[in-house]
Design a binder for this molecule. Structure first.
Ligand code: HDD
Length: 716
């Protein structure tokens, strides 16, 4: 029953249409195409009799059901994805020969999957975690994948440690607790014994670990890659994705509550934005490093725990990624997509980053288990749009029907086909890097400064961002039962910043640690014999490192409020005019107003009209919105100010440092709030007798009002 739909799409989507099945107006059949007359009753010997083994329909249906689940990804199990396109602004021929980066007219289809790392498939989107940012480009020269994260560095330097790291962050093995959380002994045990993790910990404990939306995250290829041009000249390159909506996060208390109110918050946000035509966009950025400059940095560019500060090597924006279509089927596309760092095209190449080298093995291996055999590249979402010809044959679930008499090279029977491409026909030729070395198991000494960039990150943050990092470390370490783990972590933090360590220590009710003067002292006192012996010399930290201001989200230039959601709290008698004014003003900015009503269905406005309710107060929370507005309308305001749920709604939005606004009678709701005393003149609290739309929107554009956090949290 295959049926082609006639929806428009790019080349990849056209290819996938071959596999799309629409069931509308069709008859129910078995997988063999036999029409089914009754799908409600098993075949029995008499209506009260035993079921019969010959019931082929029941057996087929049940067998398929029993096999529906496949192993979830060992990491990055929880995710959401979308189709889109990528276009380069100008040909990048001076750097790379990759066809898709050499023609500004080529629109390359992409499939992008975002994910959390630690949680299972059903876990909350709002866990404090790294986010995966994996992009598959279906280029005319084969698939190219950037399998990156929303943070530019990683926890470990060598792939040998990946299973240990992942085992430590996953739920503990004896009781499978906690789900999707690093706040437990095993994780902090591992990282406190692995000084190389310190820089990444700063990122994960920062607000970057709890993004507002997948659409508002940066992406990074993490490793240093190579660009190779037509002449065979190579340069190092770091890949960045810069979201056009800016980089934004929620606050921790908000994240916790979103996890309860809507664990699908990020999934839903991505899905709805695309359905609404608000297509998420990122610019591809590259940092280019000439080969001669390989050793001109204070760190090793092959070390995945280091970033190259943008102030030193600027990020050049070279193209745009647009996500414009949701998948048709989650399992077929989002679940079965198989990314691989090793999917590469001519013009791009690997480097010797030891983490990347290990990844080149792991991704194929994991798909063999997850997708059940060597033919996973034939699953529609994984098929390249470039033609595939080789002598690989057979295996589980083989789809391709190869007509050739031969499956070997060299051959004469098939006239030598398929031919090797060679360089002239754009065959992939690995960059001829010179290697002259001894075989050795060792970490390069150039990888041993584990604290300087951690410090750089910390001192680049604004005060509220630093506060959030202190709070996150305190929260997570307070969940560790073993005191020695807390102590070791405090010692690690003391190497980065005395104040940071002191503040976390105070929160934990423990004495602060001092920065260790000597490497040996640090070692002997703290690192048990089980630690990597090569790590222990690594207490270097350049305390004078310069900050990198672009790392701060708060310092970033304002990015507008497009696609943001404002809750308008309303009951019967609300001013329809107030709602309309703000709604229209927000729409001009690309933002949305949603009515949160005292009941579901329709409200009666003060003007006597009907107003549809988007969410009833009992089925939503302020954390699902970016700002809150209380319109006028005496009757509505009276109802709201007598209802604790609405007071809680505004209190919580205030506590989470969001813009809250009220016009005319709506102000009386604020008079019952936790910020009643500060209504006049408080930043981010917008009130007015007439139209407040403009001030409200200006206030939203300034982001969050973190000054509110300086005082003890209000009772929300
Ligand atoms: Fe990985 C999945 C990103 C290190 C082994 N990884 C996976 C995904 C992302 C990343 C985004 C999910 C892809 C998807 O959406 O399907 N991984 C990274 C980054 C790393 C990294 C940015 C460090 C720079 N990973 C890494 C190492 C290894 C792996 C060092 C092993 C040597 N990663 C895997 C894996 C996964 C995976 C086990 C699980 C599911 C999958 O591959 O398809 O093979």
């Amino acid at each position: 029953m295959k049926k082609k739909t006639n929806r428009k799409g790019n080349e990849k989507i056209a290819q996938m249409e071959e596999f799309v099945v629409e069931d509308a107006d069709e008859l129910l059949t078995t997988n063999q195409g036999t029409r089914i007359s009754d799908d409600h009753n098993t075949l029995k010997a008499g209506s009260r009799g035993p079921s019969l083994l010959e019931d082929f329909h029941f057996r087929e249906k049940m067998t398929h059901f029993d096999h529906e689940r496949i192993p979830e990804r060992v990491v990055h199990a929880r995710g959401a994805a979308a189709h889109g396109v990528f276009k380069v602004y100008e040909p990048l021929s001076k750097w790379t020969s990759a066809a898709f980066l050499n023609d500004a007219d080529i629109e390359t289809p992409v499939f992008v999957r975002f994910s959390t790392v630690a949680g299972s498939r059903g876990s909350s989107d709002l866990a404090r975690d790294v986010r995966g940012f994996a992009v598959k480009f279906y280029t005319t020269e084969g698939n190219f994948d950037i399998v990156g994260n929303n943070m530019p560095v990683f926890f470990i330097q060598d792939a040998m440690k990946f299973p240990d790291f992942v085992h430590s962050v996953k739920p503990e093995p004896h009781n499978e607790i906690p789900q999707a959380a690093s706040a437990h002994d095993n994780f902090w045990d591992f990282v406190s014994l692995s000084p190389e993790s310190t820089h990444m910990l700063m990122w994960v404990m920062s607000d970057r670990g709890i993004p507002r939306s997948y659409r508002m995250m940066e992406g990074f290829g993490v490793h240093t890659f190579r660009f190779v041009n037509e002449k065979g000249e190579a340069r190092f390159v770091k890949f960045h994705w810069k979201p056009l909506l800016g980089v934004h996060s929620v606050v921790w208390d908000e994240a916790l509550r979103i996890s309860g109110a809507d664990p699908d918050f990020h999934r839903r946000d991505l899905w709805e934005a695309i359905e609404n035509g608000d297509f998420p966009e990122w610019e591809l950025g590259v940092q280019i490093i000439e080969e001669k400059d390989e050793f001109s940095f204070d760190f090793d560019i092959l070390d995945p725990t280091k970033l190259i500060p943008e102030e030193i090597v600027p990020v050049q924006r070279v193209g745009k990624l647009t996500l414009n279509r949701n998948p048709d089927n989650f399992f077929a596309e989002t679940e079965q997509v198989a990314y691989h760092v090793g999917n590469i095209v001519p013009g791009i190449d690997f480097t010797n980053d030891p983490l990347m080298q290990g990844r080149l093995f792991s991704y194929t291996d994991t798909q063999l288990l997850r997708l059940g055999g060597p033919n996973f590249h034939e699953i529609p979402i994984n098929r390249p749009v470039a033609p595939v010809h080789n002598n690989q044959r057979d295996g589980l679930m083989r789809q391709t029907i190869n007509r050739s008499r031969t499956a070997h090279i060299p051959n004469s029977v098939s006239g030598g086909c398929p031919f090797q491409a060679g360089k002239d026909m754009r065959g992939f030729i690995s960059y001829a890097e010179k290697i002259d070395a001894q075989k050795i198991r060792e970490r390069s000494k150039s990888f041993l400064d584990h604290y300087t960039q951690a410090r750089m990150f910390y001192i680049s943050m604004t005060e509220p961002e630093q506060d959030h990092i202190v709070n996150a470390f305190s929260f997570e370490l307070s969940k560790c039962v073993e005191t020695q783990i807390r102590e070791r972590m405090l010692l690690q933090l003391a190497q980065v910043d005395a104040d940071l360590s002191k503040r976390v220590a105070a929160n934990l009710g423990m004495p602060a640690k001092a920065k260790t003067a000597k490497v040996e002292a640090h070692l002997n006192m703290q690192i048990p014999a089980t630690a990597n012996p090569k790590d222990v010399q690594s207490v270097k930290c350049n305390m004078d490192v310069a900050p990198s201001p672009v790392l701060s989200m708060v310092k970033a230039p304002p990015s507008g409020i497009a696609t943001r959601k404002v809750a308008a709290l309303a009951a019967d008698g609300v001013s329809g005019a107030d709602i309309q004014k703000l709604k229209q003003a927000l729409a001009k900015e690309g933002a949305q107003l949603k009515v949160v009503g005292s009941h579901a269905g329709m409200l009666k406005t003060a003007e006597g009209e009907e107003l549809p309710v988007d969410f009833a107060i009992f089925s939503c929370m302020s954390v699902l919105f970016d700002a809150v507005y209380v319109p006028g309308g005496a009757e509505s305001a009276k109802t709201l100010s007598a209802d604790g749920r609405f007071i809680h709604f505004v209190n919580e939005a205030f506590k989470h440092c969001k813009t809250v606004g009220a016009s005319k009678e709506g102000i009386q709701v604020f008079e019952r709030s936790c910020f009643a005393e500060k209504i006049e003149g408080a930043q981010g609290v917008v009130i007015g007798k007439s139209d407040i739309s403009e001030t409200f929107i200006d206030s939203m554009k300034l982001g969050r009002y973190f000054d509110r956090e300086k005082e003890p949290p209000p009772p929300a």
